[in-house]
Ligand binder design. Sequence first.
Ligand SMILES: Nc1ncnc2c1ncn2[C@@H]1O[C@H](COP(=O)(O)OP(=O)(O)OP(=O)(O)O)[C@@H](O)[C@H]1O
Length: 272
Amino acid sequence: MKDQADSYVTDDGRTIGPTVMEMKNITLRFGGVEAIKDISFDIREGEIRAIIGPNGAGKSSMLNVISGFYVPQEGEVWYKGAQRPPMKPYQVAQQGIARTFQNIALFEGMSVLDNVMTGRLTQMKSGLLAQSLWKGKAEREEVENREIAEKVIDFLEIQAIRKTPVARLPYGLKKRVELARALAAEPTILLLDEPMAGMNVEEKEDMSRFILDVNDEFGTTIALIEHDMGVVMDLSDRVVVMDYGRKIGDGSPHDVRNNQEVIDAYLGVAHE
Ligand SMILES: Nc1ncnc2c1ncn2[C@@H]1O[C@H](COP(=O)(O)OP(=O)(O)OP(=O)(O)O)[C@@H](O)[C@H]1O
């Protein structure tokens, strides 16, 4: 195992840096249900980190702890070398953590461009008052936000549909627009909740390519939940495996694929 302070270069030439986020002994309960039981793991700068496990294992709950949507009853979240105090999801977003959702959460009546622009909201510096007092500054910010949104739209190859209302798009493209909106926030860590769910083979190939390109081109750290094992094994640098709220495996795709407890709990049985 690499030392956490070290950087190293992967076989495919990407640089993985030191730890950017650390979950320490996280426990999360909903009433009597323990969704997460004393789980620790880290995420390193520039890596693609997957969280896998059977239905109800606690994966979404864990993503929601990272994004600040849930505050665990026990444990600590460390980000960029400091313990993160309990904070609201928008504050977590302002710190550079963006996400996509399992069920698409876009504004269906708005155009692709306008949806992507909403990804800039958490990064906007001038509030309403400042906007009315210093019009020039607000306008400059608007232009800058627009440039970033357009850059992301070009990068994800959705220029042709930038004016199209999202409601008219096929499912696979909606997923790509969601990715674009999250990327428009220029996140340090991008959280993807089942990015391949409901996609056909071609759409999955496209999405896999874009995830790799985002990671490679912008150096964005990515944490994702995914049920498609082919995708997980292909994309990820390291994988956390959860089962009934516990961590039962953590390591390279090769390590977890050969971990007997993981095979028994998840890989050996039918899953989505
Ligand atoms: N808001 C909630 N209130 C009560 N129980 C919850 C809540 N969210 C999750 N749970 C419970 O916590 C456990 C973990 O759920 P979670 O959705 O995190 O699992 P998951 O691994 O993401 O599952 P899936 O793959 O089906 O999305 C389950 O038993 C679930 O019923």
